[in-house]
Design a protein around this ligand. Structure first.
Ligand SMILES: Nc1ncnc2c1ncn2[C@@H]1O[C@H](COP(=O)(O)OP(=O)(O)OP(=O)(O)O)[C@@H](O)[C@H]1O
Ligand SMILES: [Mg+2]
Length: 659
């Protein structure tokens, strides 16, 4: 039952439930009250009716006493006929000695009932009627009996009447109850509905700021209080959570920024490191190759000095018409080429002594331009754009000419189909911001740009072009030393090279060289000599040279041009001869690197005893072994091997003239 009710009521709203429960319970109550009332009323009514029937029977009996005593049937019937006004009386019969004496029947077809046989007085129900038998007495003696049949349908009518009234009352009461319930349920369901709406809003919109309104301090009021308190707590927790979340987000943001910064820093440092490592690697490679090249160059130079000198000597001793003369010229040319290669090697290894002097680079270019035209061929046109007052630089003209030549040859090789080669010069002032290249630094510079419209280079090639022996020109065509030499020379001049190039779009080499402070000027004298102008006058020369080739050449050359030569192959021997000859020498000509010592110190020690002695030093080495700084410091004349006869003779002549 409970389950059925729950199942039936369950899905309904609280409002309906309340109305329904109230209506059902009040209906049941009302119905029970009405039923009780009707039952009592009917019982009462029946009792009253019974009494009335008994009284009526008594009255009829009393009124009929005389007719019975006098056996007057007519008056008896007359008395009974008066009952015609009593509509509920169905039948009345007066009996004497069980004989129907007089009778009254409401309907004619109603006859005397069969109970006349009955002896006892009393009443009983039969069908829809009430039967009553009463004795008629006279002086306490029964003189007859009266039988009365009463129609009880009056009770049924009454019951129907009551039922109608009760139903009416029930309806009215139900309507009133419904109305009242409608009104009253609001006091219960209203707050619940309100609470439910608030709960929905909270869950839908996550709005914890709303509050349910409290009506009374009943259970619902208390529930609303608790609910509001719960909302407040959630709201507080929510606020704290939001705060934490914001704080967390801020921290994450800060940390992310810091991390990004860190990553950027690290990447920058990494790049810097890579750059430095690459530079270091490059420098180490250059150094290694430089040492190697320097070593080779030294030996070469010694050999070449011998070959060249001897060839020249033989040529001098033979007529031009002599068939051997051509062969000798071939040898001479080969030696020149070999000497050129050695010079490149030495330039590259940056061990070549340089003569720095104040230079106007525009002038250097102007002097070179004719030769460049020849070098580059007719298919390529050369444009020049010179800065009008190009700042002077402190530079070694010879090596810088080499730079121009190497870059020009590269441009030529990059434009086999012809094109345009543009050389321009420019005064440049660099500040911190404009120094984007690794080697760049702020200051005053001249920039010499070499731009071609040739094949250009891809990234890979660009990265490697300054590597010694890196070439794309194929075996026998390029040595891969050209740009390494450029790099070395420019560095020696405290400058740097920037390259921009794209495949198919040409290349541009910008050479930056520091501009000279106008006060520090250097001069260099260029000399053109003729051998015969440098003939000696029997001056005594002590030659100290360990290489036999060179020694022989020197001996022959000096003797031929009027000098008195004594030869020594080591420091020890030299000192011995010097002592033996008691220092009677005008000039000391010594190689720097000797098997048992250093030419510079040998010269120093002799010069300390004989300050008038002239000195010429020579060497195939140009690195630290050649003691170049020392030589410069002492102001000794220096010849780098290989040297031609003219250079040797000029140097000798110069030395003797100077004192
Ligand atoms: N102007 C240029 N245009 C295109 N590529 C160039 C240019 N200059 C140099 N290169 C590239 O750089 C490489 C190295 O040049 P580098 O001058 O050092 O050697 P090389 O020219 O190959 O040999 P060498 O100079 O001995 O003749 C070249 O082989 C070439 O690939
Ligand atoms: Mg080259």
């Amino acid at each position: 039952m409970q389950r059925i009710i729950t199942k039936w009521l369950g899905p309904l709203s609280i409002k309906r439930k309340l109305i329904l429960v109230t209506m059902i319970s009040s209906g049941i109550a009302l119905f029970a009250a009405c039923l009780t009332f009707i039952s009592i009323e009917l019982i009462q009514y029946r009792r009253t009716l019974l009494r009335e029937v008994a009284i009526l029977t008594q009255i009829i009996g009393n009124n009929s006493t005389a007719a019975l005593i006098f056996n007057d049937e007519e008056s008896a019937n007359e008395i009974l006929s008066a009952l015609v006004y009593e509509k509920n009386v169905i039948f009345v019969g007066l009996y004497t000695s069980n004989r129907l004496f007089a009778a009254y029947a409401r309907d004619e077809h109603i006859g005397p009932p069969p109970f006349l046989e009955r002896e006892q007085n009393g009443h009983w129900d039969e069908g829809a009627g009430l039967n009553m038998i009463r004795p008629v007495t006279f002086h306490d003696e029964e003189i007859g009996r009266i039988f009365l049949q009463y129609d009880l349908s009056v009770i049924t009518n009454r019951l129907v009447q009551y039922a109608v009234i009760v139903f009416g009352v029930f309806l009215v009461a139900a309507a009133i109850a419904l109305f009242i319930t409608q009104k009253l349920q609001r006091t219960i369901s209203g707050p619940i509905l309100h609470l439910s709406q608030i709960a929905n809003r909270v869950s839908d919109k996550k709005d914890y700021s709303v509050r349910a309104e409290k009506g009374y301090n009943d259970e619902l009021g208390q529930l609303i209080d608790r609910f509001n308190e719960m909302l407040f707590q959630i709201q507080e927790r929510d606020r704290t959570l939001v705060q934490y979340q914001e704080e967390l987000e801020n921290r994450v943001l800060e940390r992310t920024e810091a991390l990004q910064q860190e990553i950027l820093e690290r990447e920058r440092a990494e790049k810097e490191k890579e750059g430095i490592q690459a530079q270091l690697l490059h420098a180490q490679k250059m150094e290694a190759v430089g040492i190697l090249a320097g070593g080779i160059a030294h030996d070469f130079n010694n050999l070449l000095t011998g070959i060249q000198g001897c060839t020249e000597m033989v040529m001098l001793e033979n007529e031009i018409s002599d068939p051997v003369f051509d062969d000798l010229r071939q040898i001479q040319m080969a030696v020149e080429r070999a000497a050129d290669l050695t010079r490149q090697l030495l330039l590259f290894s940056r061990k070549q002594p340089m003569a720095f002097t104040s230079l106007d680079f525009n002038k250097v270019l102007e002097d070179l331009i004719k030769m460049l035209h020849r070098l580059i061929g007719e298919d390529i046109s050369i444009n020049t754009h010179y800065e009008r007052r190009l700042w002077p630089i402190r530079a070694d003209q010879g090596t810088l000419q080499q730079v121009v030549m190497n870059l020009t040859v590269n441009a030529r090789d990059a434009m086999p189909q012809g094109g345009t080669f543009t050389i321009s010069t420019k005064n440049i002032i660099l500040d911190e911001e404009s120094c984007t290249m690794p080697n760049a630094r702020p200051g005053r510079f001249i920039r010499i740009s070499f731009e071609d419209t040739g094949a250009g280079m891809d990234e890979e090639t660009l990265k490697r072009i300054f590597e010694p022996f890196y070439t794309t020109k194929g075996l026998g065509k390029g040595t891969g030393l050209g740009l390494s030499v450029v790099y070395g020379i420019v560095q020696e001049h405290e400058g740097w090279v920037e390259v921009t190039s794209q495949p198919g779009k040409g290349s541009r080499f910008d050479v930056f060289l520091p501009a000279l402070d106008s006060r520090s000027e250097y001069t260099i004298r260029t000399r053109q000599t003729r051998l015969n102008l440098f003939h000696g006058n029997g001056e005594r020369i002590l030659v100290v040279e360990d290489e036999k080739n060179v020694r022989d050449f020197l001996a022959r050359a000096m003797t031929r041009y009027g000098y008195d030569v004594t030869l020594a192959s080591s420091v020890k021997e030299a000192l011995m001869i010097y002592k033996k000859e008691e220092g009677r020498f005008d000039l000391l000509f010594s190689d720097v690197v000797l098997p048992d010592g250093n030419g510079v110190y040998l010269v120093d020690s002799i010069a300390s005893h004989n300050p008038d002695i002239r000195v010429i030093l020579c060497s195939g080495y140009t690195d630290h072994k050649s003691q170049w700084p020392l030589i410069q410091e002492r102001g000794y004349l220096f010849l780098s091997k290989p040297f031609v006869l003219a250079t040797l003779l000029e140097a000798l002549s110069e030395t003797f003239k100077s004192k």
